[in-house]
Write a protein of this length. Structure first.
Length: 278
């Protein structure tokens, strides 16, 4: 169970959920280690009594150095929040294999690698909490975000196995499935769009752009999300799966539609029926 003396390590704190969580945990009295690939972008957090460390979850040396430094300073890591990730947007057949590999390296392999680095000292103490930030996109896949949805589906399922495997050692694993949360996600996703000049999907480029920014239409604020999430993590009995934010409960219901209905809805929503008429 968490308390105000808990030591927290959070990946991906440059903006959005990670940044807001670092501040929320710190406001509760926790000792927080916020991390980012470019540590200069989170340097300002030091003035808020939040520790900062460089961390690239795709680099094993960076992972090892970050965890070692946090342990050297605090003596333990009670809570690991796996938040680092990004969205690769575009039709699957337009994505390069290198781009696809980078997406999985960051969103999936990086999460496992960081957990592997932190878990031994939790196992030794028979106490710990791992919080994996997945997404409802891992439940409800959409056109033009297939790679991102696949990585988050992987996080969802890895978290289930991890939860059962680590339970005998006193370690709880929580899967968080955010809906639409206010962040720079849409801007970053727009910049990640992959669409070949000769793409057969060029006529629906506007729909692809709309998918990239869809999470930023009337989103839940990162502050509200973080407050509610940390409230849940401080409970005596922590939920195994937590869904928060706009559309976090609706999208799983959409995903449960019969396949024909689901395909029709998605094709209409994302302009794919227009391609079929050409």
């Amino acid at each position: 169970m968490m308390d105000k003396n808990s030591v927290i390590l959070i990946s991906g704190c440059s903006s959005g959920i990670g940044l807001s969580l670092a501040r929320e945990f710190a406001s509760r009295g926790c000792r927080v280690f916020a991390t980012a690939r470019k540590p200069e972008v989170i340097e300002h957090l030091k003035s808020e009594k939040i520790n900062t460390l460089p961390l690239d979850v795709t680099d094993q040396q960076s992972i090892d150095a970050c965890v070692a430094e946090a342990l050297a300073r605090a003596g333990r890591i009670d809570v690991l929040v796996n938040n680092a990730g990004y969205a690769l947007i575009g039709p699957i057949i337009d994505l390069s294999i290198d781009d696809l590999r980078r997406e999985f390296e960051t969103n999936v392999i990086g999460l496992v690698a960081l957990t592997k680095a932190v878990a031994p000292q939790m196992i030794e103490r028979k106490s710990g909490l791992v919080v994996n930030i997945a997404s409802v996109s891992g439940i409800c896949a959409t056109p033009f975000a297939g790679a991102y949805c696949a990585t988050k589906a992987a996080v969802n399922l890895l978290s289930v196995s991890m939860r059962i495997e680590l339970a005998p050692f006193g370690i709880a694993v929580v899967t968080v499935q955010p809906g639409a949360i206010k962040s720079k996600f849409g801007e970053a996703a727009s910049n990640s769009i992959k669409l070949r000049e000769d793409s057969v999907y060029a006529p629906v480029a506007g729909y692809i752009q709309e998918r990239a920014t869809s999470s930023q239409k009337n989103p839940t604020t990162a502050e509200e999300f973080s407050r509610k999430l940390v409230d849940s993590l401080f409970l005596k009995t922590i939920p195994k799966v937590i869904r928060l934010g706009r559309q976090s409960t609706q999208l799983p219901l959409v995903a449960a539609l019969p396949a024909d209905q689901f395909d029709h809805l998605m094709s209409k929503t994302f302009g794919l029926k227009k391609l079929a008429r050409k």
